[in-house]
Design a protein around this ligand. Structure first.
Ligand code: GLY
Ligand code: MN
Ligand code: MN
Length: 456
């Protein structure tokens, strides 16, 4: 939890817990419950093996307790009483048992340390009220008789509310951005020094102080044409003979809260010529339009409208640089000429999950707002409200599969194919910032603030 220990953190945490408690005190009786038991999760093993997969905690548990690496815990919420954390600390000499609970959060909870998972279940059974809702994976052991497992109404309300971050959560997300920004600077230096994707990845991990399993998502480190694979999942061990570009999408975690940051860099020794000039112009244009889109993250704005505006601005950029020609920006968008170049959504909610839950859910009851027609990958259709953290991540890529489809369509006449072909070795551009919607005025840009603090 590097960098998270702001002096106000204990007070912020208490207020955060009070807010979650108040939410549950209102919500549980509405749905006929007196208590909520939240499982941290169960460790999972590979088939026929004793090797565990990296543990992924239940985000509902992490919302209350900053323990991302503690399988087998239960948290019991009973309105009017402090949350009870049941904390297994088994004797073990194969692995280090969990350390005794410590940190800014322990004082605010009631904690019962137990010696086994069975004892944890028994402790929960002893303390739980009769009408209990349980939130956890299907295989989280639920003690006692029939209980409501993941009741839909309760989950819908909790998911909807998770989008509005408390001051405590924002503090952790600032720290997650700072941690990633340090990694990004080291990654850029490794790229400019001629590193392979694997070298850049290792430089990122070392500088951000994270092991692979602590990352909020697998690093996307694409050199050259690999930048055109949106979620390029490999890391070549060999550097290309001729470096062109780096697209790196890499985040960090702080107490379970994620940052999600993408930067695109043009190598100082990328070959001179018109393709390089085109790429540089596109990169500068994308930087400008990304900042303009970030500025639209304001209370009351429809996030889907930001996505549609991104298409409009990308159309203008493609026309200005001359990759598209002979039609207006409006016509380019309505006829679908931007979609092969920008084939994903403008962003998503961010928090305990990188693609935080309930992006299409507009109220606590679970009502959905569908995506605009023709935009199947947009992950957020809610109107923006104070406390929401979203990403803004416009992209512009040269993806052979989608370019082939464009070439076979009537729009082909509007494309300068010689120049588009020449850009394929440059892969693509994505610039992604994490942005907080404020009650009034301009948004807080967690990512740009983090980079600025490092350069100051
Ligand atoms: N890193 C995944 C995304 O940007 O959504
Ligand atoms: Mn993202
Ligand atoms: Mn990303």
């Amino acid at each position: 939890m590097m960098n998270a220990h702001h002096p106000d953190l204990p007070a912020l945490y208490r207020t955060h817990l009070d807010q979650l408690q108040a939410r549950c005190a209102e919500l549980l009786p509405l749905h006929g419950f007196d208590g909520l038991a939240i499982a941290s999760g169960v460790e999972k093993f590979a088939f026929l093996d004793d090797k565990a997969y990296p543990f992924q905690a239940n985000p509902h548990f992490l919302h209350w307790v900053p323990l991302p690496q503690h399988p087998g815990c239960w948290l019991l919420i009973r309105p009017g009483r402090p949350p009870l954390l049941i904390y297994p600390q088994a004797e073990d000499y194969w692995h280090a048992p969990p350390a005794p609970p410590s940190g800014y959060w322990v004082e605010a909870l009631e904690i019962q340390v137990v010696r086994s998972l069975e004892a944890a279940a028994a402790a929960l059974q002893a303390a739980a009220p009769a009408r209990l809702a349980v939130i956890g994976e299907a295989d989280a052991a639920v003690p006692g008789g029939p209980v409501a497992h993941n009741p839909e109404g309760v989950l819908a309300a909790l998911h909807h509310a998770r989008a509005y971050k408390t001051d405590y959560e924002l503090q952790l997300m600032r720290a997650a951005s700072r941690r990633a920004a340090v990694g990004h600077l080291a990654a850029r230096a490794a790229f400019e020094a001629g590193g392979a994707e694997f070298d850049i990845h290792l430089a990122y991990l070392a500088a951000s102080g994270q092991s692979e399993r602590e990352l909020p998502y697998g690093n996307i480190v694409g050199l050259g044409a690999h930048g055109a694979v949106l979620h390029w999942q490999f890391q070549d061990r060999l550097a290309p003979a001729q470096p062109t570009t780096l697209l790196i999408d890499a985040g960090a975690q702080c107490a379970g809260y994620a940052s999600d940051i993408t930067r695109t860099w043009l190598h100082p020794h990328a070959p001179q010529g018109s393709a390089r000039d085109d790429f540089a112009a596109l990169l500068a244009g994308m930087e400008q339009l990304e900042l303009a889109l970030v500025d639209q993250v304001r209370a009351g704005t429809d996030y889907a409208a930001i996505h549609l505006d991104a298409h409009q601005r990308i159309a203008t950029l493609l026309l200005d640089v001359g990759l598209l020609q002979g039609l207006s920006a409006e016509a380019a968008v309505t006829q679908g000429a931007t979609r092969p170049f920008f084939p994903h959504g403008i962003g998503h909610l961010l928090g305990l999950q990188v693609h935080d839950i309930a992006g299409l859910q507009i109220d606590a009851a679970g009502t959905r707002r569908e995506r605009p027609a023709g935009h199947p990958y947009l992950r957020l259709t809610r109107p923006l409200a104070p406390g929401m953290v979203v990403t803004i991540e416009p992209g512009l890529y040269f993806i052979p599969l989608l370019l082939r489809e464009l070439q076979a369509s009537p729009l082909t006449a509007h494309v300068n194919w010689a120049r588009v072909e020449a850009l394929k070795p440059f892969g693509g551009i994505r610039i992604e910032d994490d942005v907080v919607c404020r009650a009034e005025g301009a948004p807080e840009n967690l990512t740009r603030d983090a980079f600025r603090a490092l350069s100051g």
